[in-house]
Each structure stands twice: as structure tokens, then as C-alpha cells.
Design a binder for this molecule. Structure first.
Ligand code: KG4
Ligand code: ZN
Length: 341
């Protein structure tokens, strides 16, 4: 099955064409094209994503990427068109939804149009990881940590289609905390990757500031990152000469400690065979390293797709669209800014 997918939930315009096979038992994907056009430079002067600018850029970029996908558009063959309907920024989501409807009408009139959940895209991104291609048996139960700019969710997956949320953040998402702390440190948007780069400059010694690890020992799988963010703010206020590299590294360590500790605890409690990691923050090398080490200590397999499939892209939307079409489920094709997992 050939799937054309469109993603415009935030500040990346994505179009992808994938070949999918294997069904729900052993889904496999071959990426024909995965095109992403980033708007980072446009939003940087504003320190964050400006919804109407995002909309304007998506409107401009969608036809350009679509043309790049196949110079002679009429020769593209697709058995399914999948588009992100939410969650995300409403004006941005609409651009993708309307574009998908239009190309479906004009070019793929007999093709099914699927409204995909962006969070399911992240959740299924492990299907694009290198080690999943080698091992498809005995993956479940799995504990899945989904960490992005808008979400921090711990999911217990019993199978590819049966899962439930066991915890989530009560305030800021971890990516949001990275972005806000980066801003306090004078780093440019998007802060997460910049903060990681700064923390990497600490070659000697260890992160030495003891920031709090909120809810690390709480009797549930929820998270909270706003207190951690505030303690960095107070630290910087009280230490005008603070070593920013140490602050970045210490903040990153505190956030990762909480994420890894709770994921490991859930893995033990539910006897999980695998640990999975996804979402934009999964691009963070220190988090990947620590969670992978915890997995091997727990004798669980670790799955995380490459960085390019963790930050927003349309390949993961094609994967979610495929799984959804096999489940014969669909949702209304309209922007749903607050859609949840
Ligand atoms: O999944 P994503 O691309 O968009 C959403 O669906 O939210 O995630 C974006 C988030 C941003 O908060 C960004 O700062 C964070 O992921 N991020 C990182 C890194 N790369 C992206 N955070 C920490 N370290 C990174 N290397
Ligand atoms: Zn995302």
C-alpha cells in the first residue's frame, strides 16, 4: 500500500510517500520520500511559533514540497492519503487538511483520506527504527515515553492497537521546559537542541547544581516540570555570574533523571519487554543514552527512531495512517487542535 502523508501541525511542513506492508502483525515501511521544510528561521526573531506566520509558510511550502515529491504530479500513485488533523495549532492544521482534501479531489479521487492523530504518529515512530526492522516479535508489553513540545506521556502498550496512558505531565511538557530554560539562558528558538549543545560543552566535571527532580518518587506516573523551570529561574536570578554550561547540563540532568526513573519503574511494574521513546525531545542524545542504559539494565529492548523521525515529519503520519486504516477507524477531516492520545 502506498501512502501519501501531510503534516502541518506546528512549524514544520512535511510531505512523505511511503510503501507499507505486513498488516497489523508485522507492519513494515519503505520510505520513498520524506520531505520537511522547517520554519525555524521565520519564527526565531519572535522566540516561539507564531500561528499565523506558520499558516502562511505552510500555504507557501505545501505546493513546493508536493512538486518536489514528484515533478510530474499526475504520475504519483497513492492508495491512501493521510493528513494530521490534530493536536496542534488550529490555523496550521487547517492548511494541511485543506491541501489534503484538494489534492485528493483533483488527483486521487478514489483514494481514501485518513485524518491522523499527530501523537499516534510519534507513538508509532518506533516502527521506523533500525532495530525494529531486525526484531518484530515479543515487543509487548511495552512502556512508551512520548516527549514533545506539547506533551509528556507515559503509555503502556499491550499491542500495536491496545494501549493506555498511565501518566502525563500536570503542567509543562518537558520540551516546553527545555525551550523556556533555553530562553532564560539567552539561547535562540527552538531552545531544546540549543540547550543540549550548550550542555555538551561541559567536558570536565559533572553537572553540579542540584535542581529538584519533581515527582520523581511520587506514587504514580505523572510528571511536573514547571517547578524545575522555576528553580532554574531563581538560580539565575541569585547567581548573576552563573556558569551557563553547568546550568544547562544540570537542568538537562534533572529532567532526564525524572523521565528515566519513572519509565524504568513502570517497566518493572508492568513487566514490559520493551521501552520505546518518541517525540521531539527524543532527539536528545543524553536522554537516548540514559534510557537505553536503563533498558539494558532491565533486560528490555530499546526502540527509538532516528532523530529525523522524532522531530515533526510526515513519515510518522503515514505510519499512523496505515495502522489506522487497518483498524478501519477514521475521524472527521477537520482541524482538531486539542485532540489527545
Ligand atoms: O515533536 P516535536 O518536533 O513537536 C511537537 O509535536 O511538539 O517536539 C518539539 C520539541 C521542542 O520543545 C524542542 O525544543 C524539543 O522538542 N527538542 C529537544 C531536542 N530537539 C528537539 N529537546 C531537547 N533536546 C533536543 N535535542
Ligand atoms: Zn510532534
Amino acid at each position: 500500500m502506498r501512502i501519501l502523508a501531510i503534516e502541518t501541525s506546528c512549524d514544520e511542513t512535511g510531505i512523505a510517500l511511503l510503501e507499507a506492508s505486513g498488516g497489523l502483525k508485522a507492519p513494515k515501511f519503505k520510505i520513498i520520500k520524506n520531505l520537511v521544510s522547517s520554519q525555524i528561521k521565520i519564527h526565531r526573531p519572535f522566540g516561539g511559533v507564531v500561528p499565523n506566520l506558520a499558516k502562511r509558510e505552510h500555504l507557501k511550502n505545501l505546493p513546493i514540497l508536493f512538486k518536489k515529491l514528484q515533478p510530474k504530479t499526475r504520475s504519483i500513485k497513492a492508495d491512501l492519503v493521510a493528513v494530521t488533523v490534530g493536536p496542534g495549532l488550529e490555523p496550521a492544521l487547517w492548511t494541511g487538511v485543506n491541501f489534503a482534501k484538494e489534492i485528493r479531489k483533483n488527483l486521487f479521487s478514489k483514494t481514501k483520506l485518513i485524518g491522523a492523530n499527530h501523537l499516534e504518529g510519534h507513538l508509532y515512530s518506533f516502527l521506523l527504527s533500525e532495530n525494529y526492522k531486525l526484531k518484530t516479535k515479543n515487543l509487548f508489553p511495552a512502556i512508551h515515553l512520548l516527549v514533545s513540545g506539547g506533551h509528556t506521556i507515559l503509555v503502556l502498550m499491550k499491542s500495536l492497537t491496545e494501549w493506555r496512558k498511565i501518566g502525563e505531565t500536570r503542567d509543562d511538557a518537558v520540551g516546553e521546559a527545555f525551550d523556556k530554560v533555553a530562553r532564560m539562558l539567552g539561547l535562540s528558538y527552538p531552545g531544546g537542541p540549543e540547550l543540549e549543545k550548550l550542555a555538551l560543552r561541559q567536558r570536565t566535571g559533572k553537572p553540579s547544581i542540584e535542581f529538584p527532580r519533581p515527582m520523581i518518587n511520587s506514587n504514580n506516573y505523572d510528571f511536573s516540570f514547571s517547578g524545575l523551570k522555576t528553580s532554574v529561574l531563581y538560580y539565575l536570578r541569585d547567581h548573576k555570574e552563573a556558569d551557563k554550561v553547568n546550568v544547562a547540563a544540570s537542568f538537562q540532568k534533572a529532567a532526564i533523571d525524572v523521565l528515566v526513573s519513572k519509565t524504568a519503574r513502570a517497566t518493572r511494574e508492568f513487566g514490559a519487554r520493551s521501552i520505546m521513546l518518541s517525540g521531539g525531545v527524543a532527539a536528545n542524545k543524553a536522554l537516548r543514552r540514559e534510557l537505553k542504559a536503563a533498558s539494558s539494565g532491565l533486560k528490555a529492548d530499546f526502540f527509538a527512531a532516528a532523530k529525523k523521525f522524532n522531530t515533526d515529519n510526515a513519515a510518522i503520519i503515514a505510519v499512523a495512517g496505515y495502522i489506522q486504516s487497518l483498524r478501519k477507524k477514521n475521524r472527521t477531516i477537520r482541524a482538531q487542535a486539542n485532540l489527545n492520545l
